[in-house]
Design a protein around this ligand. Structure first.
Ligand SMILES: *Cc1c(COP(=O)(O)O)cnc(C)c1O
Length: 369
């Protein structure tokens, strides 16, 4: 069998059943998107015009007034925060990330203070922001949001993610209402979201997405929202955003990836997973069913329950064997402590699900000896 380029570099073949994970290289980019990226890389262009044109193209998909492409979603958060604090003022932009003397507080829910491989607070601080958390990790009330706002508040930040606490939090509508009443910009971190329009439509001023996660673009991100704030984001190119530069090729790659996505990317329907559920449930010690994404996105996964008594191995041991094999198989491991892992079909290529089922059979047989 021919080796992939990573095997040629002496690295393991990876089967990714976790989803779009930064630790595994996020997503796989379609050949036509890479062709566009290669063509963009090989020619020169007036970069300021490219920024404008690609911003328009992104806005066509999001319905926003304007957009700005960034190197990733983390950069998008830092730039959006810097935009809120500097409001695009040139002198302030060049002083960033030192925001002393400016209103620089970013108010967010404690239950939204997540770590996605790096703390979200690092990205906020990179943009000159000071984090102000409200509520408790499992509960928050509107009055807490209201009373945290002072003359030092620069922006409100709302995070939509499966990493967030999903209950007891304030809603996006609560944040929109308070942001509008207090005339503050509302930043939404929608890094892994697939819905390009609803966050903009519901009244956010700057919505931050990852290009690589949901949209299978080469490494990139974007901020989309109100003209006034996107202009302030673009101004950061002469300040902190320079250290987060994205090349012309990935800007073009993102546009083509969004185009591709818009034309209907393969959503794996729940029904297509039933044969896998049956095959896994037929293995001694395993029982499978289908679950929907915990954040409510249109993603269905195979949930595998490990019967540690029947198998002689617990879910942690199974997961570590899957990962440690000649082919490294990565599964979603958020619920291992409950004896459960799950398989995300979106990042699997043809034949890989069958390899996973075969490997589970092997593990069950080894455990029986
Ligand atoms: C992944 C993620 C990010 C960061 O995205 P990058 O493009 O990797 O920088 C930010 N916020 C949330 C909620 C994420 O899941």
């Amino acid at each position: 069998m021919t080796q992939n380029i990573y095997q040629q570099l002496g690295l393991k073949q990876v089967i990714n059943a976790c989803g779009k994970m930064t630790i595994l290289g996020v997503s796989s980019v379609a050949p036509q998107v890479m062709q566009a990226t290669a063509r963009a890389a090989s020619a020169f262009v007036e970069m300021d015009k490219l920024v404008e044109r690609t911003g328009e193209r992104v806005s066509h998909f999001t319905g926003a007034e304007d957009s700005y492409i960034t190197s990733c979603a983390s950069a998008g958060i830092a730039i959006a925060v810097a935009a809120a604090i500097t409001r695009g003022d040139r002198a302030r932009v060049t002083q960033m990330p030192d925001s002393s003397g400016m209103a620089n507080e970013v108010v967010m829910l404690r239950g939204h203070n997540v770590d996605y491989g790096a703390p979200i607070t690092s990205a906020i601080r990179l943009g000159g922001g000071r984090v102000v958390e409200i509520g408790s990790s499992n509960l928050a009330a509107c009055w807490q949001l209201e009373s945290a706002i002072t003359a030092n508040t620069a922006a409100l930040l709302y995070v939509k993610s499966h990493h967030c606490v999903q209950k007891g939090m304030l809603s996006m509508a609560d944040f929109v209402q308070v942001a509008q009443a207090r005339r503050l910009p509302l930043i939404v971190d929608a890094a892994a979201e697939e819905d390009l329009r609803s966050w903009v439509a519901s009244g956010a001023d700057m919505v931050v997405y990852s290009g690589a996660k949901a949209f299978n673009a080469p490494t990139s991100g974007f901020i989309t929202g109100r003209k006034r704030w996107i202009t302030a984001c673009k101004a950061q190119h002469h300040g902190i955003a320079r250290a987060m530069k994205i090349g012309k090729e990935n800007m073009v790659g993102l546009i083509f990836a969004l185009d591709n996505y818009h034309q209907g990317q393969s959503v794996v329907a729940a029904g297509a997973l039933q044969p896998v559920v049956d095959a896994i449930s037929a293995i001694r010690g395993f029982d499978a069913d289908i679950e929907q994404d915990e954040a409510g996105r249109a993603i269905w996964r195979v949930r595998v329950r490990v019967d540690a008594r029947a198998l002689g191995l617990d879910a942690c041991a199974v997961e570590s064997r899957l990962r440690g094999g000649d082919i490294a198989i990565y599964v979603r491991r958020y619920h291992l402590h409950q004896g459960v892992f799950s398989l995300d079909p979106r990042t699997l290529s043809a034949g890989e699900m069958a390899l996973i089922v075969a490997r589970l059979k092997e593990i069950a047989e080894d455990a029986a000896h």
